[in-house]
Design a protein around this ligand. Structure first.
Ligand SMILES: Nc1ncnc2c1ncn2[C@@H]1O[C@H](COP(=O)(O)OP(=O)(O)O)[C@@H](O)[C@H]1O
Ligand SMILES: [Mg+2]
Length: 445
């Protein structure tokens, strides 16, 4: 169900003047009587019929003097407003839009196909934008005001909404709506040119052979999408526990436990972090732990889990390169309340992480795997990354596209052995290095 279908009352169509007051008053009364949660379960036509019926009762009860035509018109206007989100509505209905960004009342941007464009749309005033924002966040029982000027929430329909208002924002209320990402299979991602067939075979083998995989990239590069597709390769008999800040993964297997963290309430209580969930999940006999995004002290718990028998775990981390991802995991793990010496963390990462998959979003909007690397170092050694696949981009062409080619490099012997033991083939495109100098390795601290 779309966001607009779940939202209640807007005022965009100018409720000014006398009957504007009437419309606003009845809209408020209507909202007092309807149950939003219940409403959202209804189909659009039913929802309208229901609102009309309830409003009809309210008007009869209150008994304003209205002609039949006036009454019908009032009902239509109140219900129109109660069902819409004004200028945001058509945007929310447009499936090609992945992100809506409102930078104050005068600037509405959208992302389509990876490209951001400004639309010739504006809200009447900052107040009107603020009302729209309040309507959106109230559907998830959240509040936004001066004492609570930042809200980050997932709507029941899956969209992620972020709001930040003055005085923190200097350009009026800011609203960012991120559409619930569609899920794609690896084959579909191949269709987009995000990776190619040999890489699919390799990744499938690595996931099935229970290598621990870290997907890294900046925001919006497709980490969650790839994590979802990779998770789809986990055999159906395994018990999978997914842990996320805002549940986006859509696994098709039957034995899946989905956990979602919880922010503190208005009084600052009741918070449950990703870290709490990771720790708890270890007591739930998981075969696989899938962590949506590692961004805090849970890094340590996850690394410990990965290196102590919970093989085949998958996670994403925000980083711009494979080595950056390692550094980031290390930094995050050191932020945990447990003091772990640097060398021990380093050791932990060497034994926990097996595969790094780097994603990049190119200037033309295309998202691609730009590197698959195996972590081939042990113990306290500096990190040694063996690149096994890489995308070599060429400069952008006149048509604004970025072209390039995927290249493959031999797998480390150790990786090939592990695949072999798990009855997974080494895809022919890669082959196995006969000696260390055939590997495309680099070291990092
Ligand atoms: N390989 C891809 N090709 C095209 N679009 C993609 C690809 N991967 C993700 N997307 C789209 O890009 C947006 C961001 O993807 P997401 O996986 O949420 O990114 P991240 O988790 O890195 O922030 C979503 O709308 C998603 O559908
Ligand atoms: Mg994500």
């Amino acid at each position: 169900m779309s966001l607009r279908a779940r939202i209640s009352t807007p005022e965009e169509h100018g409720s000014r003047g006398e009957d504007g007051h009437l419309v606003a008053a009845y809209r408020a009364k209507l909202l007092e009587e309807i149950d939003l949660a219940e409403m959202s379960a209804l189909a659009a036509a039913e929802r309208r019929a229901r609102l009309e019926r309830v409003l009809g009762h309210i008007i009869s009860r209150e008994g304003p003097v209205l002609s039949t035509a006036e009454r019908a018109q009032l009902i239509r206007r109140v219900v129109d407003e109660a069902l819409g989100l004004g200028i945001l509505e058509p945007l929310l209905e447009d499936a090609s839009i992945t992100e809506i960004m409102v930078n104050g009342p005068d600037a509405v941007f959208v992302e389509r196909g990876g490209r951001v464009e400004q639309l010739p749309l504006r809200f009447v005033s900052a107040d009107q934008l603020m009302q729209t924002i309040e309507r959106i966040v109230s559907t998830v029982n959240r509040r936004v005001d001066e004492s609570n000027p930042m809200v980050d929430a997932r709507l029941p329909s899956g969209e992620r909404v972020n709001v930040i208002i003055p005085p923190l924002s200097l350009t009026g209320p800011i609203l960012t709506i991120r559409r619930f990402p569609r899920s794609f299979t690896l084959q579909e991602l191949v269709g987009f040119g995000s990776l190619d067939e040999p890489m699919v075979y390799l990744l499938a083998g690595l996931v099935q052979a229970k290598f621990n995989v870290i997907v890294s990239g900046a925001t919006g590069t497709g980490k969650t999408t790839l994590l979802n597709a990779l998770s789809g390769l986990i055999p159906p008999h395994e018990r999978i526990i997914t842990i996320e800040d805002s549940a986006e993964l859509q696994l098709q297997q039957t034995h899946v436990v989905r956990l979602e963290s919880r922010p503190p309430n208005v009084e600052g209580k009741g918070q449950v972090t990703i870290r709490d969930l990771v720790r708890n999940s270890l007591r739930m006999r998981p075969d696989r732990i899938v962590v949506g995004e590692v961004r805090g002290g849970e890094s340590l718990d996850m690394l410990q889990a990965m290196s102590t028998g919970h093989d085949g775990s998958l996670a994403t981390v925000h980083a711009n390169s494979a080595e950056d991802a390692l550094t980031r995991l290390q930094t995050l793990a050191s932020m945990s309340d447990v003091e772990v010496p640097f060398e021990a963390l380093h050791d932990q990462i060497n034994s926990a992480v097996d595969v790094l998959v780097q994603l990049t979003r190119f200037a033309d909007g295309a998202r691609r795997i730009t590197e698959i690397a195996l972590l081939d170092s042990h113990g306290g050694e500096p990190y040694r990354l063996a690149t096994v696949a890489r995308f070599d981009a060429r400069p952008m062409t006149a048509d604004g596209r970025v072209y390039g080619a995927f290249r493959y490099f031999p797998l480390p012997r150790r990786t090939a052995d592990r695949l072999y033991m798990a009855s997974q083939p080494v895809p022919g495109a890669f082959g196995v290095a006969r000696s260390a100098d055939q590997l495309a390795t680099r070291e990092a601290r």
